[in-house]
Design a protein. Structure first.
Lengths: 461, 210
């Protein structure tokens, strides 16, 4: 596998920008011609995957389309119909498959996602709020000058800043963003535990086709992609989900459960996720957080569950073990290599320190974005089988503790052992800690494909 | 020999479907229509009759020609395929089907060549065995337990899990007392009906998850 053409791939696909502020615009196209001229204008803004050898740019811009958006851009029918079915349908239509029912069902989503009018997502990341505002204004001017789209709404997101430095913590207090996979050909500072597991215990990058269209995937096949190839190559699919976090409910539940748990509150919080709140993998350090592990690139993601089959250290249903089971299903982890996703995203809403009054009703949560070559084989499988169900982990109908759709029922088992500080615990009557407030499936095209769309040159023949 | 994996029997039956140009609709269509309307839950025929872990009924029309360079071949007949992972000896299992769901068996197999009806037990058993193929490569994913043992185990697991969840932190004396009562109650519970243990899930079958 030779090096990828980073100048043709949107930067958002290849790397997490680690920029602390972001704004996502949701656009509606009215006229194909005007929308195409807008895309042409935005092309000069779009950040590619080229490495930043000097300083980071002050801001970045990326763009993606819903199937409805591509239809409105008047791509040929033969192209539109060649997209995978789940992308054509969109996330709302997939609610039943994804378990997006109850409080998560589309009738409870934000208005912008209920109306089927979102045609494009423009994501802007900034190093500073000023840089974000400046780039947003430039994008909005392009929209205005071309009359290319209506801005249906926007979503701001920002990392929590502690002592002047952005953190990767989310609202429940967990340090997030450890486990993105490595892919062949993507130059990225990688670390053990982020690719696929080998029989000798080492980790190597996943096939490029698990992330990008036009390359072989882990089965040696090309991912299902639209025609022509040039439209698909170096593109990927993105899931956008606005996940509201019920912080008051979470804190209250953790306090109540911890009162009867011998391991203490912080250990119980760590058992939910599989990492202590500072990010230390509980599998590597079961009794206390250990900043030395978190900071050690050779250790922070480098662990397996094979020696912990009973879940005494990391519960079998802990979030990180569910969504990235590593070797937990045997066969040297090969059963999970086609179920990996790359995650992007930032929290939104005000951070509230522990102990201060907080309400579930406040706008607060995380913008979850996942990138994968196949929405149905990767994201949808993880969501349906590993988040909303437990059979693969031999947990019957149990769902993910934190993001499962429990509706006050459900169960999370902390396996533990017979020591006083690591007792077993069964958490029941689980509330919905996280609620889905909307989102959709997007196609994130290559730079070439953006040009083809802008110029009306998409030809499926 | 290869029909068993541990104590679980892997039954494969191919019954030729009657080819009668005068039948309207044709016999294979009549079978398909009947099968499509069968329940897959508690009132499935295989839940009403004992000893089935998993069963599948399929109408096989023909060998599919996939184009050159494959050679074009055809079956002599359409077949009804019946596959079942079941308990115990084959005669006892077939007798259980004939005793409990004769109307379903007759409604399906009456479209097959030479079917004698379920009312004549021995003729029915002989017919099914005459249509049997050896299951030459067979793995039963059911832990080598019988259907009743599995149902009892699921019932016990659910009940014990609920007991644990509702008795965390209870003092030892109370816990012991309540556990003894719980075990007595559990033992007296009737065996759950096959198909009744899974909670209702919205996830559909038949390719609709894709």
């Amino acid at each position: 596998m030779s090096k990828l053409n980073e100048t043709d791939i949107q930067g958002f696909v290849l790397r997490g920008y680690n920029q602390p502020v972001a704004r996502y615009f949701f656009l509606h196209f009215e006229s194909a011609a005007r929308a195409r001229s807008l895309i042409g204008r935005l092309l000069s803004h779009v950040t590619t995957g080229q490495r930043w050898d000097g300083a980071k740019p002050q801001s970045t811009v990326n763009i993606a389309f819903t199937h409805r958006g591509l239809e409105r851009l008047e791509l040929p029918d033969a192209t539109l119909l060649s997209f995978p079915v789940e992308f054509q349908q969109g996330m709302k239509h997939r609610a039943e498959i994804l378990g997006d029912c109850g409080v998560n069902s589309p009738e409870h989503w934000d208005k912008v996602w209920c109306e089927d009018r979102v045609h494009a997502w423009v994501g802007i990341n900034g190093l500073t709020p000023e840089a974000l505002d400046a780039r947003s204004s430039a994008v909005l001017s392009a929209i205005e000058e071309t009359d290319g789209a209506i801005v249906l709404g926007s979503q701001d997101a920002a990392a929590e800043v502690v002592q002047g430095r952005p953190t990767t913590r989310e609202h429940f207090g967990y340090t997030d963003g450890f486990g993105n996979p490595d892919y062949l050909g993507v130059e990225r500072s990688s670390q053990p535990g982020q690719g696929k597991l080998q029989p000798d215990g080492t980790w190597v990058p996943l096939a490029t086709g698990e992330l990008l269209l036009g390359y072989a995937d882990e089965a040696g096949e090309l991912p299902i992609a639209p025609v022509p190839h040039l439209l698909a190559n170096n593109g990927t699919f993105m899931v956008y989900r606005k996940l509201h976090q019920n912080l008051a409910t979470f804190r209250d539940y953790l306090d109540k459960r911890a009162a009867t748990y011998g391991g203490g509150k912080e250990k119980l919080a760590a058992k939910f996720i599989g990492r202590w709140r500072d990010g230390t993998p509980i599998e590597l350090s079961p009794d206390h957080p250990d900043p030395a592990i978190v900071q050690d690139r050779n250790r922070s993601t480098n662990f397996t569950f094979g020696a912990d089959a009973q879940g005494a250290r990391c519960p079998i249903g802990a979030h990180v073990r569910r969504v990235h089971p590593r070797d937990a299903f045997g066969f040297n982890g090969r059963l999970i290599d086609r179920r990996r996703i790359t995650r992007r995203g930032l929290p939104y809403g005000r951070f509230v320190p522990e102990g201060e009054p907080v309400s579930d009703a406040e706008e607060r949560g995380i913008i979850f974005m996942a990138l994968n070559a196949s929405l149905s084989r990767q994201f949808e499988f993880v969501q349906q089988q590993w988040i909303q169900y437990g059979n693969d982990a031999r947990l019957g109908n149990d769902k993910d503790m934190l993001i499962g759709n429990h509706g006050g029922h459900g169960r999370f088992v902390v396996q533990g052992d017979d020591s006083r500080t690591n007792p077993p615990l069964v958490c029941t009557n689980l509330p919905d800690f996280v609620e889905l407030r909307g989102g959709d499936y997007f196609f994130l095209p290559s730079i070439t494909a953006l040009g083809m769309i802008a110029m009306g040159l998409v030809d499926p023949r | 020999m290869p029909n068993k994996n541990g104590s679980v029997y892997g039954l494969t039956i191919l019954s030729p479907i009657i080819d009668d140009a005068r039948a309207t609709p044709s016999h294979d269509l009549q079978i398909r229509n009947y099968l499509a309307k069968l329940s897959t839950r508690e009132d499935s025929p295989f839940a009403l009759a004992p000893a089935t872990h998993l069963a599948r009924l399929v109408v096989m029309d023909d060998v599919i020609y996939v184009g050159a360079p494959a050679c074009e071949e055809h079956l002599k007949s359409k077949y009804l395929i019946f596959e079942s992972n079941c308990d115990g000896d084959l005669d006892g299992y077939l007798r259980g089907l004939a005793d409990n769901i004769p109307e379903h068996l007759d409604a399906i197999w009456k479209h097959c060549v030479g079917y004698p009806g379920a009312a004549n037990r021995q003729a029915f058993i002989d017919y099914m065995k005459a249509c049997q193929l050896d299951t030459t490569f067979y793995f039963a994913a059911v832990n080598d337990k019988s259907v009743s043992e599995t149902l009892r185990a699921l019932q016990t697991q659910t009940a014990v899990a609920d007991f644990i969840a509702t008795h965390q932190g209870v003092d030892a004396a109370t816990l012991q007392q309540e556990f003894i009562q719980f075990v007595a109650r559990l033992k007296s519970l009737p065996l759950p009906r096959p198909g009744s243990m899974g909670p209702h899930r919205d996830i559909k079958t038949g390719g609709r998850n894709e």
